[in-house]
Design a protein around this ligand. Structure first.
Ligand SMILES: N[C@@H](CCC(=O)N[C@@H](CS)C(=O)NCC(=O)O)C(=O)O
Length: 202
């Protein structure tokens, strides 16, 4: 299996953490995208231009990150990252949707300010996206005490969102007034899969 990869992408990080936790990472070869023309995206094999994608020996190209994680989960004997059915699955998938939505809002803000031509960004849209990040953090603070030591696609996505906020938006101090989420993240970050996937300094 071949993973189109960027070490700074929080969506790629979610896939790599899932693969490591599932004991499958040594079966995956990684290769970089093409960043020579960001207006074409960074992954020529994916019509959406995005990383991650996973190329299988059968020739199939899987995307996006959740599809890849679900596929890897199905291959693993050691963990269940996406529970089978019913309300248990719906809760985990809703937590994943919240965390991924927050990550996407942060990523859109980052691209708007750092990658697009000077002066083209929209301050109003930026403010709207920031509200999604902040409201999501407030919601996670309510839930974090119940996360315990749960390892699933929801908690992995939350950790990737918070890691990305630290990486790109540290000045906004997501920890402020959110002690439960802070304590949970400290514990979860000690996992080897988290330590081994910290994004490099830009
Ligand atoms: N929903 C997608 C989001 C992937 C995504 O936004 N990837 C970013 C990197 S963090 C990307 O490839 N951006 C390049 C572009 O859109 O041009 C997923 O979960 O895989």
């Amino acid at each position: 299996m071949k993973l189109c990869y960027s070490p700074t992408s929080p969506f790629v990080r979610k896939v790599v953490i899932s693969a490591k936790e599932a004991g499958l990472f040594d079966q995956i070869e990684t290769y970089g995208g093409d960043t020579s023309d960001i207006f074409k995206g960074i992954n020529p094999e994916n019509p959406l231009g995005k990383v991650p994608s996973l190329k299988l020996d059968s020739g199939d190209l899987l995307f996006d990150s959740l599809v890849i994680c679900e596929y890897l989960d199905g291959l693993s004997d050691s963990v269940t990252l996406l529970p089978g059915s019913g309300i248990e699955r719906a809760r985990v998938m809703t937590l994943h949707a919240l965390a991924d939505g927050m990550t996407d809002a942060a990523y859109q803000r980052r691209m708007d300010s750092a990658a697009m031509p000077e002066g083209e960004g929209s301050p109003s849209w930026n403010a709207r996206l920031r509200v999604a990040m902040e409201s999501g953090l407030d919601q996670l603070e309510q839930q974090a005490a119940d996360f315990g030591d749960d390892l699933n696609i929801g908690t992995i996505a939350v950790a990737c969102a918070l890691g990305y906020f630290d990486f790109r938006f540290s000045a906004e101090n997501w920890r402020g007034g959110r002690p439960n989420l802070t304590a949970w993240y400290e514990r979860f970050s000690a996992r080897p899969s988290m330590q081994e996937t910290v994004p490099p300094e830009a």
